[in-house]
Design a protein around this ligand. Structure first.
Ligand code: NDP
Length: 268
């Protein structure tokens, strides 16, 4: 790479046009005078991730729905928490080797920090985000149960020792926090579970959170209707983005500075 060529970063996903990551990272690069540019790559086939990454001469990338597990498989080396869960959302080009990390789970912990007194959590969904959050919550000492529309993806959670349910088998336990990690509501108006079941669970819950950001999903509309304290995925997005940017910029800026500047980009 020539000395003055900006470094190139991207987000891979399908869909990816909704992603705010380019805005967030480009704003940080500009404000902190880091010579780089961040774009979007719509990727249909997750098995093409690695060849596309290197063909585009990327220095680093984020990975979103539905390629985070494919990203794990594509890596030459996976570091830290991502290794435990097999889910990667941040990729770094380290001397031609693809290195993978996961910053989603710590990003979400940052987001729910203001929710106090949480002990029991219900995670709706059994994809990559659910894996990351459930394991992280477990390590933090929370009790976690998982609800998904289908059985197949629940086997990982069962083996990891979580109580798991499908819509048909879900009991009405009391949870302090209910989290939607499904993509229901992302580009449609679906609930992540039948509305009667959600209503019964939410009525007994103190807090709710959605991983989806940038829109009020049917799940969040229901939380609003039931007067539950809730937040969308914007703070999670900020939290994971700050940590990813720290990998992209190789630790040369303070996390607080990245956070402050990245937060500004949420105004646009
Ligand atoms: P995955 O594709 O890995 O998993 C999706 C999960 O959603 C699966 O369990 C799937 O169920 C379930 N699902 C999909 N559609 C429906 C539906 N209509 N009704 C009920 N369940 C459904 O996705 P990820 O875990 O990577 O991402 C999930 C969501 O989280 C996305 O919307 C993503 O944008 C958001 N996200 C936000 C972040 C942020 O920073 N705010 C960070 C990470 C993710 P099944 O197993 O039956 O197929």
């Amino acid at each position: 790479m020539m000395k003055n060529t900006p470094l190139l970063f991207a987000i891979f996903g399908n869909p990816v046009k909704h992603s705010r990551s380019p805005l967030m990272h480009n704003h940080v690069f500009k404000r902190l005078h880091f010579k780089a540019c961040y774009t979007r790559i719509h990727l249909e086939d997750g098995s093409k991730l690695k060849e596309t990454f290197f063909a585009q001469r990327l220095e680093g990338a984020n990975v979103t729905v539905p390629h985070k597990e494919a990203a794990f498989k594509a890596c030459d080396e996976v570091r830290g928490f991502a290794k435990e869960i097999g889910v990667v959302n941040t990729l770094i080009n380290e001397n031609g080797k693809l290195i993978g990390y996961n910053t989603d789970a710590d990003g979400f912990l940052f987001a729910v920090e203001p929710f106090k007194g949480i002990k029991n959590i219900l995670i709706i969904g059994a994809g990559g985000t659910a894996k990351a959050l459930s394991r992280k919550f477990q390590l933090e000492g929370f009790r976690v149960e998982v609800l998904n529309r289908s059985q197949g993806n629940l086997s990982y959670f069962k083996e990891a020792g979580f109580e798991t349910y499908t819509w048909e088998t879900c009991p009405l336990h009391t949870y302090d926090l209910i989290v939607n990690t499904t993509s229901a509501g992302l580009s449609d108006e679906n609930y992540p579970a039948p509305v009667e079941l959600l209503r019964a669970l939410l009525e007994k819950s103190s807090y709710a959170a959605d991983a989806i950001y940038g829109k009020v999903t049917p799940f969040l509309k229901l939380c609003n209707e039931l007067d539950i304290t809730y937040k969308d995925g914007a703070d999670m997005l900020l939290g994971q983005g700050v940590l990813a940017n720290n990998y992209f910029t190789k630790g040369q800026f303070e996390l607080e500075d990245i956070q402050k500047v990245m937060q500004e980009s949420f105004k646009y």
